[in-house]
Design a protein around this ligand. Structure first.
Ligand SMILES: [Zn+2]
Length: 443
């Protein structure tokens, strides 16, 4: 069923010209064959979209699937306390079974809200489980285990590893998962952040990334207290330090980039390092607001992400897009970051961040068919004629009807095709109770 034709759709192509086509799109063997007003028939079913929107699958370039279980379990805390008092102890208490449930809950929520691709920062142990969940679910992901070899900033012993262990396990995982599921999965080294990683480890990650082409995924420049600690312990600003260690390149994605100076933005642009903007997470932890116009003006590639459920309480790309659009208004005035710029962040820029721009990020012949249908049969959408404004500022996961990844339908009429929602929720409750108990944080 990976060959089909979509008819009567409002197609937001996100191609170079940003064309919006009222017409049809065909998929042959999971790949987009044609887009246009009149296209050739294919040997497969025809889906009449009745004027609904068809957009590229959303790409979230910073997610923690391992934290989905911890939603509502770490409230009212700034970044370092949030990590030290809740998140790290909870992550350390995960086992294979509870990690699997957490990842499945995350993937289910992402698919139901129109995200077809993610960059995941895993946890320190049991990372194969996350790969297995991604592989079985059909979603597309770049993923890697979190690397943590420095313990003096409150990292619990359950997450602490030696530099050698961290690198060896990462390389084992990279060999297993990079290119897995016929290229639907790729590997991203995930040194957690400067404060949890030794300089030796980060330098080696930079070198291995250059040697093998694996991505690098880390956190940077998120919260003022983190900045102070980095300055004290490392003698510089985040991006300066990361650049010195050879961690900046077109294969690198730094989550957040809230607190950057002009020199850091120049380094990011020149090295073609991507930033992932995480507006909800930055609001929840009180970290600040990333200056998108300054990043755009400097020429930095900026994607978007929900971060984890524990620092957001949603994993919804449409929520992040709306916030990214609105949040710049108080500082820069309305209209400075357009709906088009925001949709670019969640599609084309995300694809570029993951070095997958040849496969995904737009609806064009030859690209893989990661597709999302958004209903226009709603009070919020469909009366007017500005698709971008409607999708970005008034879109909702309630309106996501169908989702395909590489031509495989994973959401049909708002329901997951391959996962049992009720059973998953039940398993989630049990897994959370077990994890809280193991972490000594129950009740
Ligand atoms: Zn994060």
């Amino acid at each position: 069923m990976k060959t089909f034709l979509i008819d009567n759709a409002f197609i937001v192509t996100q191609n170079d010209q940003r064309l919006i086509v009222r017409g049809s799109l065909s998929v042959i063997e999971g790949r987009i064959a044609e887009v246009g007003k009149e296209i050739s028939p294919v040997d497969g079913p025809v889906y009449d979209f009745q004027g609904d929107y068809l957009i590229p699958g959303l790409i979230q370039s910073h997610i923690h699937l391992c934290q989905t279980l911890f939603r509502h379990q770490a409230e009212g805390l700034p970044l370092m306390h949030w990590l030290q008092e809740r998140i790290w102890p909870l992550e350390a208490a995960l086992d294979e079974e509870t990690l699997r449930v957490s990842a499945e809950l995350g993937v289910a929520e992402l698919l139901l809200s129109g995200t077809t691709c993610l960059l995941d920062m895993g946890t320190v142990h049991h990372q194969d489980v996350i790969g297995e969940v991604v592989e079985a679910s059909g979603i597309r992901a770049a993923l890697g285990k979190a690397m943590m070899d420095v313990g003096n900033n409150g990292v619990p012993s359950g997450l602490l590893e030696t530099t050698r262990e961290s690198l060896d396990e990462s390389m084992r995982l990279a060999r297993r998962w990079d290119g897995a599921a016929h290229g639907r999965i790729r590997y991203a080294f995930a040194p957690r952040f400067v404060l949890a990683c030794s300089t030796d480890l980060q330098r080696e990650v930079g070198r291995l990334s250059r040697q093998h082409g694996y991505l690098i995924h880390t956190h940077s420049s998120e919260h003022p207290l983190e900045l102070d600690m980095v300055r004290q312990q490392m003698g510089g600003r985040n991006v300066q330090v990361l650049d010195r260690l050879g961690m900046c390149s077109q294969r690198s994605v730094f989550a957040h980039g809230v607190h950057l100076d002009d020199a850091e933005r120049r380094v990011l642009a020149q090295s073609r390092t991507s930033i992932c903007h995480c507006p909800s997470a930055n609001l929840k932890l009180g970290s600040g607001v990333a200056d998108l116009p300054a990043l755009f003006n400097a020429g930095v590639n900026v994607g978007i992400g929900a971060d984890g459920a524990a620092c957001n309480n949603h994993l919804d790309g449409l929520v992040e897009m709306r916030l990214a659009h609105l949040l710049q208004n108080p500082k820069h005035g309305p209209g400075k970051v357009s709906p088009q710029a925001v949709l670019d962040m969640a599609t084309r820029n995300g694809a570029q961040a993951l070095c997958w721009q040849d496969r995904i990020g737009s609806l064009e012949p030859g690209k893989e068919a990661d597709l999302v249908r958004i209903s226009r049969d709603d009070f919020r959408l469909g009366l007017g004629s500005d698709p971008l404004s409607e999708i970005v500022t008034a879109g909702s996961r309630c309106l996501v009807r169908d989702v395909w990844v590489r031509g495989r339908r994973l959401v049909q009429e708002g329901r997951l095709t391959g996962m049992d929602r009720a059973r998953l929720l039940q398993r989630g409750k049990k897994a959370l109770a077990k994890t809280l108990h193991r972490a000594g944080l129950a009740g």
